[in-house]
Design a protein around this ligand. Structure first.
Ligand SMILES: C[S@@+](CC[C@H](N)C(=O)[O-])C[C@H]1O[C@@H](n2cnc3c(N)ncnc32)[C@H](O)[C@@H]1O
Length: 261
C-alpha cells in the first residue's frame, strides 16, 4: 500500500525545528493538555498504547512515566532518533516501557501483529496526510473493542485565529475559507472539521467520548518560552478547552473516541 503523505522525511532539520517548537510555551502547553486529557480517559492500570506518528516521543514518555507501555510507530528516522535520545535520558524503568518502530500508521496493525492495543494516539499527523480516512480507519483497527482512540487535529473552524490575533490581516482573510496553510514548521498542512473527523471515525466503528480545544488563549504567542506562570496558563487553557464557546476557536482539537464493542 502506498501512502499519500505530505510529511516528507527531510532529516534532522525538520526534527530540530519540531524540537524547538516542543520546547516553546505553545509546544509545552500542547503536550501538557493532551497528556492531561489522556490520563483522564485512560484507566490507571497499565495499558498498551500505540502512538502513531509519535515522532520524538514526547507523548510516549509522558504515558510511560504514568506506567503505560507504548509502541511508537513513525516513518521518519530523524524523529525516531530524537525519541531514542530522549529515552536514553529517562530512567531504565520508563525507557523499557517504550518501543520504537519505523513505519506508516496506515500499516499499524500489520506492524504490531495480532494483539490489538488498548489505546492508540495520533497527534499532529492527520494534517500531513492527503486523505485522513485510511489513517483513521487504521487507528480504529489497531485497538480492541472498547479501546480508546485519541486524535489531535488542526481545527479548520479556527484557521484564521492565529494570523488574525497576530495582526496579519491579509493572511487571516486568505485562510478564513481554506483548509490548508503553511504551518509553523514550514510544511503545507490541512485543517479538518470536527464533524468530518467524527463522521469518519463513526464510519470506521468508533464513537466520540469527549473533545477538547487545545490552545485557546496562547496560539498567537510565537516562540515565547515557558515561564514561571506555566501552571496558571495551563489551568486557564484546560478550563477553556473543555467548554463552549472557547474550545471551538482553539488552534487544535483533541478528540477521544472508543471503538464500539
Ligand atoms: C508534527 S509531528 C508530531 C509528532 C508527535 N505526534 C507529537 O505530537 O509530538 C508529525 C509526525 O507524524 C509523522 N507522520 C507523518 N505521516 C505519517 C503517517 N502516515 N503515519 C505515521 N506517522 C506519520 C511524522 O514522521 C512526524 O514524526
Amino acid at each position: 500500500m502506498t501512502t499519500a503523505n505530505t510529511w516528507t522525511p527531510t532529516g534532522d532539520d525538520l526534527a530540530a525545528a519540531y524540537a524547538r517548537h516542543a520546547d516553546s510555551l505553545r509546544g509545552a502547553l500542547r503536550h501538557a493538555l493532551v497528556t492531561r486529557a489522556l490520563l483522564t480517559h485512560l484507566p490507571a492500570a497499565p495499558q498498551h498504547v500505540v502512538d502513531v506518528g509519535g515522532g520524538a516521543g514526547h507523548q510516549a514518555i509522558a504515558l510511560a512515566r504514568a506506567g503505560h507501555t507504548v509502541t511508537v510507530i513513525d516513518p521518519d528516522a530523524a524523529m525516531l532518533q530524537r525519541a531514542a535520545d530522549a529515552l536514553n535520558a529517562e530512567g531504565d524503568e520508563v525507557a523499557a516501557r517504550v518501543t520504537l518502530r519505523q513505519g506508516f500508521g496506515e500499516h499499524a496493525r500489520d506492524i504490531l501483529g495480532d494483539e490489538p492495543a488498548d489505546a492508540v494516539c495520533c497527534h499532529g499527523v492527520l494534517m500531513y496526510v492527503d486523505d485522513p480516512a485510511p489513517l483513521l480507519g487504521a487507528l480504529v483497527d489497531t485497538v480492541r473493542p472498547g479501546g480508546l482512540i485519541s486524535v489531535l487535529v488542526k481545527n479548520r473552524a479556527a484557521l484564521a485565529m492565529r494570523p488574525g490575533l497576530e495582526g496579519r490581516w491579509a493572511d487571516a482573510l486568505a485562510v478564513i475559507d481554506q483548509a490548508t496553510e503553511t504551518g509553523g514548521l514550514g510544511l503545507p498542512s490541512r485543517a479538518d472539521d470536527l464533524d468530518t473527523i467524527q463522521r469518519t471515525l463513526a464510519a470506521a466503528g468508533a464513537v466520540t467520548e469527549a473533545w477538547y480545544g487545545v490552545r485557546v488563549f496562547t496560539d498567537h504567542l510565537g516562540n515565547t518560552p515557558v515561564g514561571a506562570d506555566f501552571d496558571q496558563i495551563l489551568a486557564a487553557e484546560w478550563a477553556a478547552g473543555a467548554r463552549d464557546p472557547y474550545r471551538s476557536v482553539a488552534r487544535l482539537f483533541h478528540l477521544i473516541a472508543r471503538r464500539s464493542a
